[in-house]
Design a protein around this ligand. Structure first.
Ligand code: GNR
Ligand code: NI
Length: 189
């Protein structure tokens, strides 16, 4: 098992359409296990393969709330086959859009068809947070982030902040953070 680095916006790989998985084999199961471990460590309730730089239609999920407890779920080539007319709004976040949250309206109930960990076709009826999360993850497979569902003004503000935070981090890494050294040097003054 291994923790995988999670890509953050703006990253061109998060905007790409992922390719269908053609075989559910041991290599794919290994990737799913690493994704699940990465998701728990983050922590998050879902993770799509493109978030770890793998452009395959693959999602892991584990929702553990009072209303919904799913246990770990592995969705290969997931497809929405039915969606309710009625919408539900949740405040969404994303591991690829760290520290930003926005209300997003989506169909309140969906039916999803997918291949499970053994490559067997399954269907699952989803509502509440699970319905939101499944749609959020399938969006990732199509290069769509939750910020693509909000106003351009708000989206661009978030993207600018993420870019600024990344540049600051890169600059600190390049200069070497002198925190510990500065403290040590105080008594010597
Ligand atoms: O951990 C996550 N929480 C979350 C909350 C509301 C709506 C969607 C999500 S998914 C997110 C993890 C993530 O980024 N998955 O792609
Ligand atoms: Ni996400």
């Amino acid at each position: 098992m291994a923790l995988l680095p999670i890509l953050t916006a703006p990253d061109p790989r998060l905007k790409k359409k992922s390719k269908p998985v053609d075989a559910v084999d041991d290599a794919l199961r290994r990737l799913m296990d690493d994704m699940l471990e990465t998701m728990y460590a983050a922590p998050g309730i879902g993770l799509a393969a493109p978030q770890v730089g793998v452009l395959k239609r693959l999602v892991v999920l584990d929702i553990d709330r009072e209303e919904v407890k799913t246990g770990p779920l592995f969705l290969v080539n997931p497809e929405i086959v039915e969606a309710s007319d009625e919408d539900a709004t949740y405040e969404e976040g994303c591991l690829s859009v760290p520290e930003h949250y926005s209300d997003v309206a989506r169909p309140a109930k969906v039916r999803v068809r997918y291949l499970d960990r053994d490559g067997k076709q399954q269907e699952m009826a989803c509502e509440g947070l699970l319905a939101t999360c499944v749609q959020h993850e399938i969006d990732h497979l199509d290069g769509i982030l939750f910020i693509d569902h909000i106003s351009a003004l708000k989206r661009n503000m978030i993207l600018r902040k993420l870019l600024k935070a990344r540049k600051e981090k890169e600059r600190e890494a390049a200069e070497g953070k002198p925190v510990a050294k500065a403290k040590e040097s105080v008594p010597a003054l």
